[in-house]
Design a protein around this ligand. Structure first.
Ligand SMILES: C[S@@+](CC[C@H](N)C(=O)[O-])C[C@H]1O[C@@H](n2cnc3c(N)ncnc32)[C@H](O)[C@@H]1O
Length: 370
């Protein structure tokens, strides 16, 4: 029996860090409850703060202008068409919230390998250490093709109005990558991660150079799973355009950073509009990148990574919007986000920017059977 057969598909999607986070939230709530019991004045203070919050939410004018996960860019800077797309997307996505990782859920739901689907392509665009690719193979028990330069982003990535990641970020020579390579038991050959027993093939190089020849070598093969984690608007749009003739009714597209309004979402908006596609959203959940922490081999080190990632998320990066009252994002979140979004966003100490959708009509791309 090979490695793939022994892997329990249900166990692939791990969310331990979020369970730890929810336990921390429960402990904090219990501490506050005990404090209120011994000092009832606290209850009055909390009550007043809640009433003030409710009043401020009624008066707040920014509702809908700042969207999860970043609460960064004011979407009213975009044209009416794109604004309407964002608003409709959010309203649809709110009924598709999931607690786990969007990509792994979709991979686990793919049909098992069979002679009928042996030509179908599962693509992982942007693999870093290769865990997203290997885990999709584990979850689907199918061959997955992973594309990466392994030398980092090929262009700068401006993430809404929040931060800029420079070209070259995510190179495997970065100290953070080197540490994860060691701690997750990855080996490299010629600068490419090993497949570690999975049904995976890596394609090294910029997708601007590799994607079209890869598809040309597999004429007519349909794309069943398209995972976009190249991060930038330009690489995402190029990936969609290059793959467009291989999408079929039933193709599943997963975008790791969909809720960045000047990135993947904008690229998909333009793409679907250009070709008059029909699609439906399927899931809104966690990004797959954090599974790198779950793959740390030593249990105690993994625990340290969990705690470190909670501290980094809440204390230094995206999660600041939940408590950093000196930041605008804090007010946008607490005053403008729907109550359901507040609970959803607070429930995870990690990024919930990942979205999946299914193509239901090919529009101008012409009809191809599912
Ligand atoms: C966020 S990382 C991918 C993370 C990975 N999916 C995971 O779960 O760990 C983005 C990756 O995309 C790669 N990348 C970005 N643009 C690219 C392009 N146009 N061609 C090839 N690789 C690219 C970078 O080298 C980087 O490794």
């Amino acid at each position: 029996m090979g490695v793939i057969e022994r892997i329990d598909r249900r166990a692939v999607d791990r969310t331990t860090v979020h369970r730890i986070w929810r336990a921390i939230l429960i402990v904090v709530a219990l501490c506050v409850a005990v404090a209120c019991f011994f000092a009832p004045v606290l209850l009055a203070v909390i009550g007043i703060l809640l009433v003030l919050l409710i009043c401020a939410r009624v008066l707040y004018r920014g509702r809908g202008r700042y969207i999860p996960h970043l609460y960064a860019r004011d979407i009213s800077i975009y044209d009416q068409d794109y604004q309407a797309f964002i608003e409709n997307s959010l309203s649809d996505l709110r009924s598709c919230k999931i607690s786990g990782h969007t990509l792994l859920r979709e991979a686990a739901r793919l049909p098992d390998p069979s002679p009928e689907n042996s030509d179908e392509l599962l693509l992982d665009l942007g693999v870093w250490l290769g865990w997203s690719t290997r885990l999709v193979s584990d979850a689907s028990n199918r061959t997955v093709y992973g594309f990466d330069t392994f030398e980092g982003l090929v262009e700068d990535w401006q993430i809404d109005d929040q931060m800029l990641l420079k070209k070259g970020t995510f190179s495997l020579s970065d100290p953070v990558a080197q540490r994860f390579i060691r701690d997750t038991g990855v080996t490299l050959h010629d600068g490419v991660p090993d497949v570690l027993g999975r049904k995976v093939q890596y394609v090294k190089g910029s997708t601007y150079d590799t994607l079209a020849p890869f598809l040309a070598a597999r004429p007519g093969a349909a794309i069943k799973l398209f995972h976009m984690d190249l991060d930038t608007y330009e690489s995402c749009l190029h990936g969609l355009e290059t793959c467009k003739d291989r999408f079929v009714v039933g193709s599943i597209l997963v975008f790791d950073e969909y809720l960045v309004t000047n990135g993947e979402m904008l690229a998909f908006f333009e793409f679907q509009k250009r070709y008059g596609l029909d699609w439906r959203y399927r899931a809104w959940g966690l990004e797959v990148g954090e599974m790198n922490v779950e793959m740390v081999t030593s249990r105690w080190k993994r625990m340290l990574y969990y705690l470190a990632s909670i501290v980094v998320y809440c204390g230094g990066t995206t999660g600041l919007y939940t408590w950093a009252f000196f930041e605008r994002r804090f007010w946008r979140f607490w005053l403008g986000a729907p109550v359901g979004d507040i609970a959803f966003m607070l429930g995870a100490a990690g990024e919930r920017k990942s979205v999946s959708l299914e193509i239901t009509g090919l529009g101008k791309l012409g009809s191809r059977p599912a």
